[in-house]
Design a protein around this ligand. Structure first.
Ligand SMILES: Cc1cc2nc3c(=O)[nH]c(=O)nc-3n(C[C@H](O)[C@H](O)[C@H](O)COP(=O)(O)OP(=O)(O)OC[C@H]3O[C@@H](n4cnc5c(N)ncnc54)[C@H](O)[C@@H]3O)c2cc1C
Length: 493
């Protein structure tokens, strides 16, 4: 047996697991289904914001360098462990596994600092969820730090660290099953460059994503219609890891009918495009209206900051007739729209009157749209000032659905509208793990010797919704845990 630990996948969770196993004394092999060109999974498509617990400048300085001048001119806010817990519990309707979320929250800062020791470079997150207030930069999203170069940057840093630390990587190797003697996992079977191979190791860490890129599994678990969405990231996350683990009796866990899905350009390609990354998304809907084919609104666009609604509103778009929604804005908010509203590849129309716009919104009933806007404009609270850096309470009265914050009349031309559909990010259903080691447990909750998992494959954290910036951090936290567990077990074995 040449390797102690085989890690399946090469996204952030897999690379974190591999580095952790290596620093705990294991000889590690990474197997990646994609070619070297397409490696990196969803992690490579990620925008790169990372949600971790911090309460002081010193905490932030464990993750990145912040000059005294930057500190003096910024209000970083906090994301205390209590705040992080609160948001996880609130968004998952109190379903998140208390032990898993405790690990995620309490180890998040330490894990960010650990990633830094592996060469990851973090920077202040000016571009997303910050604004100038009274001469100071205010970070209002509880996420003042992002990884340099986004998810692609993170994969690159960790890839370099893996190579530097003697971790072997084999590409074009799609793992199809586990070598299991009824008691212990001792390796994997795979198709390597089209040839069947068997690779053995004392421990296997599965970090090969969910089933988001597999339309058959999406329809089976998420429900009818989910085969029709776009995939925001990697085409390689086909649910293989989940299937092979369930096949040997691993326990499924978490929200198998749930997923993270957002508004995404209606004409985006079927899968993600790394040259565009996350920019097909359209996350500034909180300042406008979402309009369906009937010309009607269907969600409270301003229920909260986008970080807390975007991951469930993709699913709401999928439920609309013909699975699309136009995001409509007037010129009062143009300056507030995020960078993704200024890319080259997008489905956008503009008009100088609402009547003209109504004829340009492809697929929309124009009379329905004009009626919706008339009723909405009349319902906006006029006596509350608009303020985009707080939940301003400038809502609507007497219409359904209401808009709770950032509601301004749509009355100042030119009007811009962006056509979106549903883009799936990742699936929530996963495997049940032992919380000390990251080891996968079987349907009788007994650890399966030799089998570990991390990243999107860990079930039980997210239900119904998700706070932005948590995927990468949870991949690193549970990757680090599983890598260590796998290495220590391999040494003992
Ligand atoms: C567009 C987009 C934007 C995002 N933005 C953010 C963000 O800003 N912040 C954040 O925290 N999260 C973000 N996320 C979510 C985040 O990217 C994921 O939660 C996280 O990357 C998952 O990491 P992972 O390692 O579990 O999976 P992945 O990174 O998807 O890695 C899975 C790996 O497994 C490989 N694989 C799959 N099947 C097999 C097989 N059978 N054999 C071998 N290898 C296999 C894949 O090729 C891939 O290398 C975003 C996601 C997308 C798609």
């Amino acid at each position: 047996m040449e390797y102690d630990v085989i890690v399946v996948g090469k996204g952030n969770a897999a690379l974190s697991a591999a580095l952790s196993a290596q620093e705990n004394g294991a000889k590690v092999l990474i197997l990646e289904a994609a070619s070297e060109d397409e490696h990196g999974g969803n992690s490579r498509f990620a925008g790169g914001v990372m949600r971790f617990a911090y309460e002081s400048l010193e905490d932030l300085r464990r993750v990145t360098d912040i000059t005294d001048e930057e500190a003096a001119n910024s209000n970083f806010g906090t994301n205390t462990t209590d705040e992080f817990f609160d948001v996880l519990f609130r968004l998952t309707s109190f379903r998140t596994d208390p032990d898993l979320s405790e690990i995620l929250v309490t180890q998040s800062l330490d894990t960010m600092a650990w990633l830094r020791t592996k060469g990851a470079k973090f920077i202040l997150n000016h571009g997303r969820q910050s604004g100038m207030v009274d001469g100071k930069r205010v970070y209002f999203g509880n996420m003042p730090i992002e990884v340099n170069g986004g998810g692609a940057g993170l994969v690159d840093y960790l890839d370099k660290a893996a190579k530097k630390n003697g971790i072997d990587i084999q590409y074009d190797t799609r793992v199809s099953s586990l070598i299991f003697d009824g008691e212990t996992v001792s390796g994997v079977r795979a198709q390597q460059k089209g040839q069947p191979v068997e690779l053995r190791a004392k421990s296997v860490v599965l970090a090969c994503g969910g089933f988001e890129a597999n339309p058959e599994m999406r329809t089976r678990y998420l429900g009818p219609g989910w085969e029709l969405c776009k995939v925001r990231g990697s085409r390689f996350n086909q649910g293989d890891g989940l299937k092979m683990a369930l096949d040997i009796g691993a326990a499924p866990y978490g929200n198998w009918s749930g997923c993270h899905a957002t508004g995404w350009d209606r004409n985006a390609p079927e899968f993600g495009d790394v040259t565009v990354g996350d920019q097909f998304q359209k996350h500034s809907y909180i300042f406008g209206l979402l309009i369906n084919a009937d010309g009607k609104r269907f969600v409270d666009e301003g229920a909260d900051f986008h970080s807390f609604t975007y991951a469930k509103y993709g699913g709401a778009v999928l439920q609309q007739p013909a699975q699309f929604a136009w995001q409509v804005f007037d010129s009062k908010v143009s300056k507030l729209l995020r960078s993704e509203y200024r890319i080259k590849f997008m489905t956008k129309v503009s008009a100088n009157t609402l009547e003209e716009l109504a004829t340009k919104l492809e697929g929309v009933n124009p009379d329905g749209f004009l009626k919706t806007v008339r009723e909405y404009n009349a319902a906006v609270k006029k006596d509350v000032p608009f303020n985009h850096v707080v939940k301003d309470g400038k809502g609507t009265e007497g219409i359904e659905p209401k808009k709770s914050n950032w509601a301004q009349a749509l009355d100042t031309p030119p009007y811009d509208a962006y056509s979106t559909t549903c883009g799936i990010t990742f699936t929530f259903g996963g495997l049940r793990i032992d919380k000390e080691t990251g080891q996968v447990v079987n349907v009788h909750f007994k650890p399966i010797p030799g089998l570990y998992c991390a990243g999107e494959m860990v079930g039980g954290l997210f239900y119904f919704n998700y706070p932005s910036g948590t995927g990468l951090v949870s991949g690193a936290v549970f990757g680090r845990l599983a890598g260590k567990g796998a290495a220590l077990a391999a040494k003992q074995g």
